[in-house]
Design a protein. Structure first.
Length: 317
């Protein structure tokens, strides 16, 4: 045998920028994900969610005053996968989403994307989460100064086997919590021992998750106002001395344990007819302790939110 024929064929190391992909060439490309059940690895079980997490793009949102806001958004898109299918076409998760990139984004738009996911990916269920930071102007308590407060938000959409769509909004609200116990103990030290004592307070965060009625809408401004009406002591952006004094007075008037904060928000949300289900999570980043105080409650709708919440550390970020 010719010794030359025993040598492996040497591949070229080059990139051809002028190479044109024809339809025939594209059809010849291997498609491993759609190679059938014979190529499955591991157990032949359905996968509840499979997709892409954290692809980013600018999306248009309605601002607090009706203006257009372009906001960087991090998106996670997933679909279900049947037990007899090896995988999904991952790139379609992004490509389908990009078909809606020029629309004004809202929980309602998610329903259209989710339906598209099911159709193009052949899935029974689909889910989308879009995380973004939403700016709203806040006016100082007494000086009249204004500054932008940013609220971490998430629009979540879920479509099930029967094509029912759930619209969920997650909204983070940062506030100050002055301890009622420390307030009383400080007053006791002043009255009984003539000693100056300062009650402890701390930055705190609530995350309200609301499921919106299928035929109704609620704005992020509405959710912000619900939180302010319930908790009162939102942290401030622009502060002069008179504002700092006002904030101290406000905290003195609105002392709260973490249990109080959760119940105050519950009282606001239960009265909102556009919300059919909700969960409240509160975390007080204690200045007295080396740990946080946390509370969770929900409305208690069958098949709705539950009190499970295991990522409290993410609130303290």
């Amino acid at each position: 045998m010719d010794a030359q024929s025993d040598k492996p064929h040497e591949l070229r190391r080059e990139y051809d920028p002028n190479f044109v992909v024809t339809p025939a060439y594209r059809d010849s490309l291997p498609d491993v994900q759609n190679s059938g059940s014979g190529a499955l690895e591991g157990a032949r079980v359905p996968i509840l969610q499979v997709g892409i997490s954290g692809f980013r793009l600018p999306l248009s949102y309605v601002g607090p005053d009706g203006e257009d806001l372009s906001i960087e958004t991090s998106v996670t898109g997933t679909v279900s996968l049947d037990a007899d299918k090896k995988g999904i076409n991952m790139s379609r998760i992004i490509r389908i989403f990009y078909e809606y990139k020029d629309e004004t984004f809202s929980p309602e738009v998610l329903g259209k994307i989710l339906t598209h996911y099911k159709q193009k990916l052949g899935s029974r269920e689909a889910r989308i989460k879009a995380n973004f930071s939403y700016p709203m102007l806040q006016e100082s308590l007494r000086s009249g100064l204004q500054g932008f407060q940013f609220y971490d938000c998430c629009f979540e959409g879920i479509i099930d086997c029967a094509d029912r769509v759930r619209k969920i909004i997650h909204f983070d609200f940062v506030y100050s919590s002055a301890c009622p116990c420390a307030s009383e103990l400080s007053e006791h030290a002043r009255e009984e021992r003539n000693l100056l004592a300062i009650p402890h307070s701390q930055r705190s965060k609530s995350r309200i998750s609301v499921e919106v009625h299928p035929d109704k809408e609620i704005s992020l401004l509405d959710l912000r106002d619900l939180c302010i009406n319930g908790l009162s002591t939102e942290t401030q952006v622009m502060v002069r001395r008179e504002d700092e004094q006002a904030f101290a007075e406000l905290n003195g008037a609105k002392v709260k344990f973490v249990e109080d904060a959760a119940r105050l928000l519950y009282a606001q949300l239960i009265e909102e007819g556009r919300i059919i289900d909700f969960r409240v999570v509160c975390s007080h980043f204690e200045s007295l302790h080396s740990h946080d105080a946390v509370a969770v409650l929900c409305r208690g709708v069958d098949g709705g939110f539950r009190a499970e919440f295991d990522d409290f550390s993410h609130l303290n970020a």
